[in-house]
Ligand binder design. Structure first.
Ligand code: R5P
Length: 296
């Protein structure tokens, strides 16, 4: 197998290649002054199984375009299979129509992934378990939950409760609760679709004096985590930990997350976090092993 890395998350691609004991295959990615990209596969790939590692956030559009071009270049160069490893699948939150007149953006992305010749998709912790149904291409949906469970089990002993910061995370929190043997509580979240403002309300479950461990699929602006943690502290939680798979960290996420009174905020390397977006209580867990095993 040959592995190629797009430009969005080279550190993760390097780690995956190391675990598979192969070198990343070279790619030429040239950006023209107007922002257009030109992609060229350098080594021969005729009749080869190829994998492309590309996360699609910040900017989702540019990273998707690059992925489409790499896939097209591989297809035209004779690759016999093309697996797209998309640790963070951009546009996944736009998987249905929320209000009349909207596009189903994820469906457009799925159709394009198929049109450029990708034969298999590997992705991690999708926002909704129904998303794979949109794909005709085989899709392997991995999860970082086992990694989180492992970490949670190493935390100093204290009565704990797992928290889903919105009702969409219930399935995830139930699975983790079973694995860790820790009860769970849920928060009802409202997001104003016009302004994006998040409100956390109606905590179901007891948190007083306990360690509250918030678990989410992604952190984008950080507002969900901030409002959830404020509600939990107001309800008497003793301390807060946060686990989220995808550090999208858009806009002022760093400043918002610095306001969260958490002991630690754990995320994965599904998205590469630039140095300027990191903060002191952030810890990054690697999903490279998980992905490498799925490529073997
Ligand atoms: C939404 O339902 C997701 O599970 C996350 O809670 C959300 O995307 C996080 O976004 P933000 O950090 O902007 O609140």
């Amino acid at each position: 197998m040959k592995i190629f890395s797009g430009s969005s998350n080279k550190p993760l691609a390097q780690k995956i290649a190391q675990q598979l004991k192969i070198e990343l295959s070279p790619l030429e990615i040239f950006v023209f002054p107007d922002g257009e990209k030109r992609v060229r596969v350098i080594d021969g790939v005729v009749e080869q199984d190829c994998a492309i590692i590309q996360s699609t956030s910040n900017s989702a559009d540019s990273n998707y375009i690059e992925l489409f071009f790499i896939a097209d270049a591989l297809k035209r160069s004779g690759a016999c299979s093309i697996t797209a490893v998309i640790p963070y699948l951009g546009y996944q939150r736009q998987d249905h129509i929320f209000r009349d007149g909207e596009a189903v953006s994820l469906e457009v992305i799925v159709e394009t992934l198929e049109a450029v010749g990708i034969t298999k998709i590997i992705t991690v912790d999708l926002h909704s378990v129904k998303i794979p149904e949109l794909f005709k291409t085989p899709i392997l949906h991995l999860s970082a939950l086992a990694l989180f469970a492992e970490k949670i089990k190493t935390l100093p002993k204290k009565e704990s409760v797992l928290i889903s910061p919105d009702m969409g995370g219930i399935r995830r929190i139930k699975l983790l609760s079973e694995d860790c043997g820790i009860p769970f509580a849920t928060i009802e979240k409202d997001r104003d679709l016009e302004t994006g403002k998040v409100t956390a309300k109606n905590l179901e479950g007891e948190v007083r004096g306990k360690r509250a461990i918030i678990v989410d699929d992604m952190i984008s602006t950080g507002d969900t985590i901030l409002t959830a943690s404020e509600l939990l502290l107001e309800k008497g939680a003793g301390e807060i930990y946060v686990f989220a798979t995808h550090p999208v960290f858009s806009g002022n996420a760093k400043q918002t997350l610095e306001k969260v009174k958490a002991e630690k905020i754990f995320v994965t390397d599904s998205i590469n976090i630039p140095q300027e977006k990191k903060f002191s209580n952030l810890e990054i867990l690697s999903i490279s092993g998980l992905i490498a095993s799925s490529l073997k």
